[in-house]
Design a protein around this ligand. Structure first.
Ligand SMILES: CC(C)[C@H](C(=O)O)[C@@H](O)C(=O)O
Ligand code: SF4
Length: 790
């Protein structure tokens, strides 16, 4: 079609379009996936599914695994193997299971003894595994990070992990286009984290639901890749599945010399760059949602509540919930302040902090550490700070920081210098907050209990967390550090502009050795599910939650008690907290459902919680009047826990995308009812304790006497799969010819995406062999003697 007649496309449209393998009339699309990152938490059940069905990993060369969530970040000097290194049983099982699976399925893996190990969203870009114009997935919501390269990158659930492993494709739909344009110049002391916190404060945690956000404008263009990653990382906190930035010279510069990027100086590199340059939104491209932000409105920002949208400038005060617009918001605000131990009107700069955490996939890259080091250099952390931790995002970040002497600056100031991992972002490992401890954290989620049961999290940038460590309370970094008129932190701090010196890593003692084991052990114990975990509902079982490979129970008409809920933004951390994610099974999680709300302490039920009251103990449906149900993490454990408890259907005004998808994959039906009156009718039945009937074939919700309460929408393909109990991996595999054809085309057009050992180009008549085969050699051997290449 001549260019003039082509509908203008956004960056997202272009990348999406280039990966369509097949499209159904109802808009269901089979999308090809170029890059699949795998970690230990969301993969065991997927590998198990493959094994049970006798399936292979289709593209081991496009799959990269590491272990990050469960790993302790203490010294690895004495590391022999992961099995003896990890003390906690369930964490160890998950990590060992991953190691077994990567061997079994021939996948490249960066284990604990490998310098390239680290948080999955740090290592992908670092290796050049993440490239512009690619589709990138991982069983992890912060896969959005990789969108900084102009990749379409999003989190998926475990069933989808299994689907991608088996077919290298995903079944999906087009998303809406959303644009967040940030123009102007960031003031000194303001960083990309402030930009994204400010943006989420503006759009809310459901603002981007159903959309892919393109970040653009002069501010974004001026930012480094690290800073762009921090912004795209938190797109998910704004409800969007993905965030994207158009690739430009800054992107290409970053990719030069990365092990898995096309080799700089070769024809392939030039070809790739020419393609990457075409990945810009067309000038007249249309966006469904447009947001403009003026850089001068952004000042260092912190959160005050338990949702990432609860932001306030550091110069502000703790808000008063009584001024919130609706009764529901007032109630939520009161609860948050109680949880956070804050009083309305208190200046944020007076909020005293106990712990400081600089790390996570949002802010653990070299630039983050440089910026934080600049603030703490020559200073000491305040005496009230119990613990301040620096956790590099990968072994390579750690090495680089040590080369620049940053570790010395931190240790001299009183910080702990740790090994790479998710650490205190999500207490699945020994790094956790004790109850009521307050943390200045560079992570991305401040949900209740996220960093440890009853822990209190304030999200902020690395320089702000560093400032909090020095001040002993939340602090305005602009008062603590001089920014010498630099335009903004990420452009200001480069290795050249920072004169750090200090002994190299090998010359100094390891700071981890200062940590007393007893302290670590104590913290671990407080946050682990106890053996005495309450046993409830053990009699409520049904056929859901089976492996996708084994087919699903059919969903036609469901009748049962519906439990009423009213809260908005019920996140998956609340549906099932982190300590229960260590299972390698899909079943048995019913007892952990809504754990923090359901139990006052292990074994003691909270009598006020709806599922602890009759008749709701046997609820099969949840009716929630609050929007954005299932937001946050991609954990499929959330629908597994609901399913295991007996709930097969959730009705709410809206859902977070990943939870919505994950539910269908488990034979469950999430129903979005936007019409308030309709939802209220169903809610009233639930409140009255009467049964409700969900009739999927006729798409109707009825009361106990069979009267229709309202109709509901459901996508045709999803309905077809639910009603017939279809295994969508099997369905996709029937399209083998189309997938193979697509792969041949990709190998011709973007050959740099094929990993070594994939296509043996010796097929007759120019026909390429596309049989899935493990890469002949991986780097799972002795990393010390192997080069940092595949
Ligand atoms: C464990 C994983 C499913 C989860 C996610 O998807 O985000 C985790 O990384 C988190 O940050 O909560
Ligand atoms: S958000 Fe935290 S737990 Fe999740 S991947 Fe990132 S660092 Fe790990």
């Amino acid at each position: 079609m001549p260019a003039a007649e082509r509908t203008p496309q956004t960056l997202y449209d272009k990348v999406f379009q280039a990966h369509i393998v097949d499209e159904k009339l109802d808009g269901t699309i089979l999308l090809y996936i170029d890059r699949h990152l795998v970690h230990e938490v969301t993969s065991p059940q997927a590998f198990e599914g493959l094994e049970v069905a006798g399936r292979k990993v289709r593209r081991p060369d496009c799959t990269l695994a590491t272990t990050d969530h469960n790993v302790p970040t203490t010294s690895r000097k004495a590391l022999k193997d992961i099995a003896s290194f990890i003390q906690e049983d369930d964490s160890r099982t998950q990590c060992v299971t991953l190691e077994e699976n990567v061997k079994k399925f021939g996948i490249t893996y960066f284990g604990l003894s490998d310098k390239r190990q680290g948080i999955v969203h740090v290592i992908g870009p670092e290796q050049g595994f993440t490239l512009p114009g690619t589709t990138v997935v991982c069983g992890d919501s912060h896969t959005s990070t990789h969108g900084a390269f102009g990749a379409l990158a999003f989190g998926i659930g475990t069933s989808e992990v299994e689907h991608v492993l088996a077919t290298q494709c995903l079944i999906t739909k087009r998303s809406k286009n959303m644009r967040i344009q940030i123009d102007g110049e960031l003031a000194p002391g303001v960083s990309s984290k402030d930009v994204v916190l400010h943006a989420i404060g503006k759009i809310g945690t459901a603002g981007g639901t159903g959309a892919v956000i393109e970040f653009c404008g002069s501010v974004i263009r001026s930012l480094s890749m690290e800073a762009r990653m921090s912004i795209c990382n938190m797109s998910i906190e704004g409800g969007a599945r993905a965030g994207m930035v158009a690739p430009d010279d800054i992107t290409f510069e970053y990719l030069k010399g990365k092990p898995l990027a096309p080799k700089y100086g070769t024809e392939e590199w030039d070809r790739a760059v020419a393609y990457w340059k075409s990945l810009r939104s067309d000038p007249d491209a249309k966006y469904d949602i447009d947001v403009f932000i003026d850089a001068k409105d952004i000042i260092p920002t912190v959160t005050w509540g338990t949702s990432p949208e609860d932001v306030v400038p550091i110069t502000g005060v703790v808000p008063d919930p009584e001024t919130f617009p609706t009764e529901a918001k007032k109630a939520a605000g009161r609860r948050m302040l109680e949880y956070m131990g804050l009083v309305p009107g208190t200046p944020m700069e007076e909020v005293v902090v106990d712990k400081v955490f600089i790390g996570s996939c949002t802010n653990s890259r070299i630039e983050d550490l440089r910026a934080a080091a600049m603030v703490v250099k020559g200073k000491k952390i305040a005496s009230n700070i119990k613990r301040a931790m620096i956790v590099p995002g990968s072994g390579l970040v750690k090495d680089q920081a040590e080369k620049e002497g940053l570790d010395k600056i931190f240790v001299d100031a009183g910080f702990e210098w740790r090994e790479a991992g998710c650490s205190m972002c999500l207490g699945m490992n020994p790094d956790i907050l004790s109850p009521k401890e307050r943390c200045a954290s560079t992570s991305n989620r401040n949900f209740e209990g996220r960093q440890g049961a009853q822990g209190r999290t304030h999200l902020m940038s690395p320089v702000m967390a560093a400032a909090a460590a020095i001040a002993g309370k939340l602090a305005d970094v602009r008062k603590i550090s001089q920014f010498n008129g630099s335009p903004h932190i990420e452009a200001a701090v480069t290795p050249e502009s920072t004169t750090f010196s200090g002994p190299s890593a090998s010359e100094k003692a390891h700071p981890d050795e200062r940590i007393e084991t007893s302290d670590t052990e104590k913290e671990t114990l407080t946050d682990q599910p106890q053996d005495s975990s309450p046993q409830v509902n053990t009699t409520v079982t049904h056929a859901g939650g089976t492996s996708a490979a084994g087919g699903l129970p059919k969903f036609t008409v469901l009748r049962g008690i519906a439990a009423p809920m009213e809260k908005g933004n019920i996140d998956t951390d609340a549906i099932i907290p982190k300590q229960f994610l260590k299972t390698i099974k899909r079943t048995g999680l019913g007892n952990a459902l809504f754990y923090e709300m359901r139990y006052l302490e292990p074994g003691v039920e909270n009598p006020d919680f709806v599922l602890n009251r009759e008749p709701y103990r046997s609820a099969r449906i949840i009716v929630c009047t609050g929007a954005n149900f299932g937001c946050g993490s991609s954990r499929e454990h959330a629908p597994w826990a609901l399913n295991d408890f007996g709930v097969k259907c959730v009705i709410a005004p809206s859902f977070a995308d990943i939870f919505f998808n994950n539910s269908f994959k488990n034979g469950m039906l999430p129903i979005a009812i936007k019409n308030k009156e309709d939802l209220e009718k169903v809610h009233a039945e639930a409140v009255a304790g009467r049964e409700v009937e969900v009739d999927l074939p006729n798409q109707l919700i009825k009361d106990a006497s069979g009267n229709t309460l309202c109709a509901f929408e459901v996508e045709e393909f999803r309905k077809h799969c639910l009603v017939n109990g279809l295994d969508d991996i099997g369905l996709t595999m029937q399209l083998e010819d189309k997938i193979a054809e697509f792969e041949r085309k990709m190998s011709r057009e973007t050959p740099w995406l094929d990993g070594s050992g994939y296509l043996k180009r010796k097929g007759a008549g120019g026909k390429l062999a596309v049989k899935a085969a493990p890469v002949p050699k991986t780097n799972r051997g002795d990393v010390k003697t192997e080069p940092l290449e595949w």
